[in-house]
Write a protein that binds this ligand. Structure first.
Ligand code: FAD
Length: 492
């Protein structure tokens, strides 16, 4: 299939996507606004249309509404809202926050900017990075003011300090963020239409004037006229053809993404002259269970999990950036490893129970038992665990450079767990070129009037590699940013 998705292929794809959503448990999670799911839109003319109901789209909707844009519509192509945002497993990076101060963590926006730039191989757009980091604390506060509390801190790969903010109980951030945003959308009476796939943008005299959508069930076509449009359609991590086009070497890897991540927003923006940036930068995540594409959250490594290869050896700094850990994993025998943790780490990370329920984790009361369950040499695994515990105790230096934070405890509390993992497609760093006002830019650097974009559909911010926790920061910071600038544009 080419990049252009035909109506017939899309309907087929949607059926698969619907099945995928059901498999992922989305249909029963209460995110679906069932009263409006298949209803006709009440009007075809709005002030603002937002395409995509993930974290970026819902945040933008709430902010624009609170800036006086009450005649707005969120258009979603799937039968449920949330996109990849629903599945965000760890948390949201932010610096200089109240939670950090309360925990005695010294962090600055400058350090966050530097980590993001270096983590992206010095290729990120400094204006976008600076905007995100400088506004990250305000975004955490904005969420708190909207009853979405992220105050449990974790350390993620490539971060100098603990700055990944999670729900108080340590659960996956997406399960708090998306329902919380949706509750704010609903309490404001903002309309969300589902099963409406936007296929093109409407223009009038060079200005964006709305969006054209196709109902994925009835194939009815609708022109949603609007004074401004925000594209928040996420990335293209579930579009094999685009992955093959931009990074063929990983095209056959499993993807952690939800089926809606097809890159539609990039294509419809390109079709009216938008520039793109960094399309070849596609991130693999090193801890993906391969039979189910389940992501083993990065916060679990931050909390103390180790990666062990087929020879029962550690082989890399588990807290390294995703691209580096993925590359190291692919050099191991049979290109996989085991993510191992003890009961301490398990009980701090709610996601671990999910892996148990899914039957993904091996469990044993002793290290030798875990080795047996994973078909590893027990003596070699015990030696690896002993060496790791000496590093945790501060009695040895890690040959791979890992410096476990003080909250990491020895791998010693039974039961012990292991999940077999390898790299999977996870994040598309490239996308539509924007400035720090979320205006979509043409290749000559000028903005397309009336068109804004936020979230994973945009490129440039993460450079060649995204740090864990930075995507959720991006969608909240720039969702607010897009809502503000679209409102100002409409009110001008
Ligand atoms: C398993 C997993 C775990 C992750 N964990 C973390 C984490 O802990 N921390 C972190 O920072 N990042 C994490 N990420 C990355 C992060 O979740 C995403 O980058 C982010 O949620 C993207 O948000 P978004 O709003 O831009 O897009 P999405 O949340 O993907 O939403 C886009 C929405 O647009 C809809 N859409 C697409 N095309 C159209 C169209 N043509 N018409 C109408 N609607 C359309 C989609 O169906 C979707 O609902 C994770 C990603 C995955 C997959």
């Amino acid at each position: 299939m080419s990049e252009k998705i035909t109506r017939r292929s899309f309907v087929k794809g949607t059926a698969i996507a619907g099945a995928g959503a059901a498999m992922l448990g989305l249909s029963g999670c209460g995110y679906k606004d069932s009263a409006k799911a298949l209803a006709e839109p009440k009007s075809e003319t709005y002030d603002l249309v937002i395409i995509g109901s993930g974290g970026a789209g819902l945040t933008a909707a709430v902010e624009a509404h609170d800036k006086g844009i009450t005649n707005l519509l969120v258009i979603e192509k799937m039968p449920v809202c949330g996109g990849n945002s629903s599945h965000s497993s760890s948390g949201m990076n932010a610096s200089e926050t109240a939670a950090q101060k309360a925990a005695g963590i010294e962090d600055t926006n400058e350090l966050f900017i530097n980590d993001t730039y270096v983590g992206g191989h010095n290729m990120g757009d400094m204006d976008l990075i600076t905007y995100m980091c400088d506004n990250s604390n305000a975004a955490i506060e904005w969420l708190g003011n909207h009853d979405i509390v992220l105050d449990n801190l974790a350390k993620m790969g490539g971060a100098s300090v603990k700055r990944c903010h999670r729900p108080t109980d340590g659960s996956a951030v997406g399960l708090t963020l998306v329902p919380g945003l949706l509750a704010n959308v609903q309490s404001r009476g903002i309309d969300v239409v589902y099963n409406q796939r936007v296929t093109s943008l409407l223009t009038d005299n060079g200005k964006v004037a709305g969006a054209h959508a196709v109902d994925t069930q009835t194939l009815q076509e609708t022109d949603y006229h609007a004074k401004a449009v925000i594209i928040a359609t996420g990335g293209f991590g579930y579009n094999r053809d685009m992955i093959r086009k931009y990074q063929p070497s990983i095209a056959d890897f499993p993807s952690t993404n939800t089926p809606g991540s097809q890159g539609d927003g990039i294509i419809i923006a390109q079709n009216i002259g938008a520039d793109t940036v960094g399309m070849e930068y596609i991130q693999t995540h090193p801890t993906v269970e391969q039979t189910t594409s389940t992501l083993v959250a990065e916060a679990i490594r931050g909390a103390g999990a180790i990666l062990v290869n087929k020879d029962a050896q550690r082989f890399f700094n588990e807290e390294g950036t995703r691209d580096a850990v993925s590359a190291a994993e692919l050099e191991q025998p049979d290109k996989f490893s085991w993510c191992m943790y003890d009961a301490n780490v398990h009980d701090k990370n709610k996601a671990c129970s999910k892996y148990d329920k899914m039957g993904l984790s091996k469990k044993a009361d002793t290290v030798a038992g875990l080795a047996q369950a994973c078909d590893l040499d027990p003596t070699a695994l015990q030696a690896t665990v002993d060496a790791w515990n000496a590093i945790v105790a501060g009695d040895a230096t890690d040959e791979f450079g890992r410096k476990p934070q003080e909250t990491v405890q020895p791998f010693a509390t039974a039961p012990f767990y292991a999940v077999k993992i390898a790299p999977g497609i996870h994040h598309t760093m490239g996308g539509v070129r924007v400035n720090d006002k979320t205006e979509v830019l043409k290749s000559d650097g000028t903005a397309i009037p009336g068109l804004f974009a936020a979230g994973e559909v945009t490129g440039g911010l993460h450079g060649a590699n995204r740090l864990g926790g930075n995507a959720v920061c991006d969608i909240v910071v720039n969702g607010i940013n897009a809502g503000n600038h679209a409102a100002a544009y409409i009110n001008a």
